[in-house]
Design a protein around this ligand. Structure first.
Ligand SMILES: NC(=O)c1ccc[n+]([C@@H]2O[C@H](COP(=O)([O-])OP(=O)(O)OC[C@H]3O[C@@H](n4cnc5c(N)ncnc54)[C@H](OP(=O)(O)O)[C@@H]3O)[C@@H](O)[C@H]2O)c1
Length: 306
């Protein structure tokens, strides 16, 4: 089969070449990949992967061989899948644990955004507990995880405040469900019950300072690439600042993702969740799509295979 493989002799650390088909173990189904959607993290780790690795976490396609142990999706099903590697290829292996199924007429390009971005947003928000009628801050609203978090928090009944440094994205965030869009957590006019942070650094420190008593901040991303420095008093628990929680999140430690991925895929297919796609391009254009300096609208770039 053809696959993008790590090749450190190329400036993009990638080469499209012929590789052996992946060999399924007893729990693996084989998916013919129709679309994949690279993540910030996928691209960041390319320089550190060994030559020859087939990278990629998220891919959607059609099952062409079922797992020998009878678990997982059935032949012909449209699926969206999460794996450690192997997504940027014509075929990949998936297990029942991290595969969502879509309706038979679902578009794999739309479903390919589910595994990391939408699922992280959903699982991260759950850490905040019930948000109905509560004020929730999404720090980094225009990151792909943030674009899903805004929609899902609004769907769950939260009053959503999103941050973006990009003034041209404010209207889009409002359309996705943000009640208020601000440049930074420092601009909050009043406190929030919960926060999902995709940026880290000073954004996280400022967001924590605006948590209401009993509130939770989920540190999910660190896209700003800056250090977090808490000053003396920032972690005080006196009146008005008591019982605040800061918790970390890692999608790779989450279990039983299948039902959530299936729900997200269905919501996208039925038009209740925007797949936040910025561009759909043929997979041969992968290095160009993410070339340094290439500007794109916030959201997912999806590559279609075949
Ligand atoms: N913990 C987990 O399991 C998990 C799962 C998924 C993702 N993540 C992490 O979550 C973060 C978001 O991922 P993603 O794929 O959604 O990222 P993404 O789509 O690439 O978006 C990154 C965002 O960060 C913003 N940004 C970067 N530097 C900034 C700065 N200095 N100040 C303000 N904004 C800044 C960018 O704004 P511009 O558009 O203006 O450049 C963009 O909106 C990443 O750190 C990723 O590694 C973690």
């Amino acid at each position: 089969m053809l696959a993008w493989t790590v090749d450190h002799s190329s400036p993009a650390h990638l080469a499209l070449r012929e590789v052996p088909d992946p060999e399924p173990g007893p729990h693996d189904a084989v998916v013919e990949v129709r679309a994949f959607a690279p993540n910030h993290g996928d691209l960041e780790m390319l320089p550190a992967l060994p030559d020859g690795t087939v990278p990629g976490w998220d891919a959607a396609g059609v099952v062409v061989a079922e797992a020998a142990d009878g678990t997982g999706p059935r032949c012909g099903q449209v699926v969206t899948s999460l794996g450690t590697h192997g997504a940027w290829a014509q075929r990949r292996l998936v297990t029942a644990e991290s595969v969502g199924t879509g309706p038979a007429d679902a578009d794999p390009a739309a479903l390919s955004v589910v595994p990391v971005a939408a699922t992280s947003a959903l699982r991260g928000l759950r850490r905040l507990g019930p948000v109905l009628g509560r004020r929730v801050l999404v720090v980094g609203g225009t990151s792909t995880v943030g674009l899903f978090a805004v929609q899902l928090a609004a769907r769950a009944g939260a009053e959503v405040v999103a941050t973006t440094r990009d003034a041209t994205s404010r209207e889009r965030l409002a359309r996705l469900g943000a009640h208020e869009v601000i440049a930074s957590p420092a601009d909050l006019t009043h406190d929030v019950s919960g926060a999902l942070d995709l940026l880290g650094g000073p954004h996280l420190v400022q967001a924590f300072a605006r948590l209401a008593p009993g509130g939770t901040l989920v540190a999910l991303g660190h896209a700003a690439g800056q250090e977090e420095h808490f000053g003396y008093g920032d972690l005080f628990g006196d009146d008005g600042r008591h019982d605040r929680t800061l918790t970390t999140f890692f999608l790779g430690a989450e279990t039983g993702l299948g039902p959530d991925m299936t729900w997200l895929a269905t919501e996208i297919h039925e038009g209740r969740l925007d797949p936040v796609t910025a561009a759909v391009r043929p997979w041969e254009e992968l290095p160009d799509a993410f070339a340094p300096g290439s500007r794109r609208a916030p959201g997912k770039v999806v590559l279609t295979v075949g």
